[in-house]
Design a protein around this ligand. Structure first.
Ligand SMILES: *Cc1c(COP(=O)(O)O)cnc(C)c1O
Length: 397
């Protein structure tokens, strides 16, 4: 049998492929150059254009572009009125930002376990974690497939909770034919370099609620406004602005907004390509008894952001770490998304204990993110499949 590279065999590939890579074309580059030659580098028309496109893509009435997805989550929590004494429920299988946004507001993140097959936050677990302090739920469309949003919406309505969807992974995903962005009170998007649509950095909140929209605008820019209706003492002249609340500066530049707009024109194409790659992966890995394939929520028509390769440890002679390293030796460079948030040192030092969410912890021990991005060639996809298959067969128990 073909020896794995890590044991002195020949790697499946001679060049490295990483778990994610941006897809930038000449149109994207020209869009940024055009802004650099224009009058506005910030607060300009490229931002208005980006926000308009986000409304079209998400079905929301309003969009507020900001500096990154973390900033978007923060202003969403501020707009929701989250503060000290409040609890906010989210999943542990996410990037730290989904929980940190509650901490920024002085509130307490509470973690609800995931469904072991879809990896999404489990609505029944959310309901178990609700107390009279619970103010909001922040479900994460992990890997790009939408959470069980209808059930979660129902729970939020039943208990009077604000629903903030972390859609950092799921732009372009549909649930029951409707786009992500049309379900929650506020939906956060990220345009970080590894996301499906990128501006290098960038983020946005979309909402169809006008009150929340006005607050989001305020909290994006220092709590400063020129809107006289918000001023206690009225305007002193055409130059006048007021600071009516304390907030950060989370503006995005027009260069980033132009790049994001240009990328949005390719969303359907990116979605299709990623779906095709996932289909190939699912078919190949579904045949290997050493692997578990993530189950799809049936209502979700997914723009996949991450492909999770999950091993069944009892079927293999090697564990996740060794599998990860063996793939690296084959020149397939993976990542692990994510370390359960409450495992992180800061959370551990603030009273969170391991053992809190067993399904999430088990997933963490068994998974890695393998290459998935629109620019992958068919050869790249075949190489990943060949390497994974080779390792599963060689190390099978
Ligand atoms: C990327 C990401 C964010 C936001 O990250 P930024 O880098 O600040 O744009 C939030 N939540 C999840 C799940 C993410 O993957």
């Amino acid at each position: 049998m073909n020896k794995p590279a890590i044991e002195g065999g020949t790697p499946v590939r001679s060049t490295k492929i990483h778990y994610s890579h941006q897809s930038i074309d000449e149109k994207d580059i020209q869009a940024v150059v055009d802004v650099l030659k224009s009058d506005f580098l910030t607060c300009g028309p490229a931002i208005t254009e980006m926000e308009k496109k986000l409304c079209e893509v998400t079905g929301a009435k309003y969009a507020v572009a900001c500096s990154n997805g973390t900033a978007a989550l923060h202003i969403a929590c501020m707009a929701a009125g989250i503060g000290p004494g409040d609890e906010v429920i989210t999943t542990p299988i996410t990037f730290a930002a989904s929980a940190n946004c509650a901490l920024y507001c002085g509130a307490t993140p509470v973690f609800a376990d995931i469904n072991p097959e879809t990896y999404q936050i489990d609505p029944a677990e959310i309901e178990k974690k609700i107390t009279d302090k619970t103010k909001a739920v922040i479900p994460v469309d992990y890997t790009g497939q939408v959470v069980e949003i209808a059930k979660i919406r129902e729970i939020c309505d039943k208990y009077g909770l604000i629903l903030i969807e972390d859609a950092a992974h799921s732009i372009g995903t549909l649930y029951d034919g409707k786009p992500v962005g049309s379900f929650a009170d506020m939906t956060e998007l990220s345009f970080h370099a590894i996301k499906t649509i990128t501006g290098g950095e960038g983020g946005a909140v979309v909402t169809s609620n006008e009150d929340l929209y006005k607050k989001l605008l305020l909290y994006r820019t220092h709590g400063i406004t020129r809107d006289e209706s918000l001023m206690a003492h009225g305007s002193e002249g055409p130059w006048y602005y007021e600071m009516v609340d304390l907030a950060p500066n989370y503006r995005i530049t027009d260069m980033q907004a132009a790049l994001i707009s240009s990328q949005l024109d390719k969303l359907a194409e990116f979605k299709k390509r990623k779906q095709d790659i996932c289909k190939k992966y699912d078919e190949a890995f579904g045949k290997l008894p050493q692997l578990f394939v993530q189950k799809e929520i049936t209502e979700s028509d997914t723009t996949r952001h991450l492909y999770i390769l999950r091993i069944k440890p009892e079927t293999l002679k090697i564990d996740r770490k060794q599998f990860f390293e063996a793939l690296a030796a084959e020149n397939i460079i993976c990542n692990v998304n994510y370390i359960p948030v409450y495992y992180l040192q800061y959370y551990q030092q603030h009273g969170y204990k391991k053992g809190l969410c067993p399904n999430a912890e088990k997933l963490y021990d068994e998974m890695m993110s393998i290459p998935l991005y629109a620019g992958m060639s068919d050869q790249d996809v075949d190489d990943v499949i060949a390497a994974v298959t080779k390792l599963c067969e060689y190390y099978a128990k």
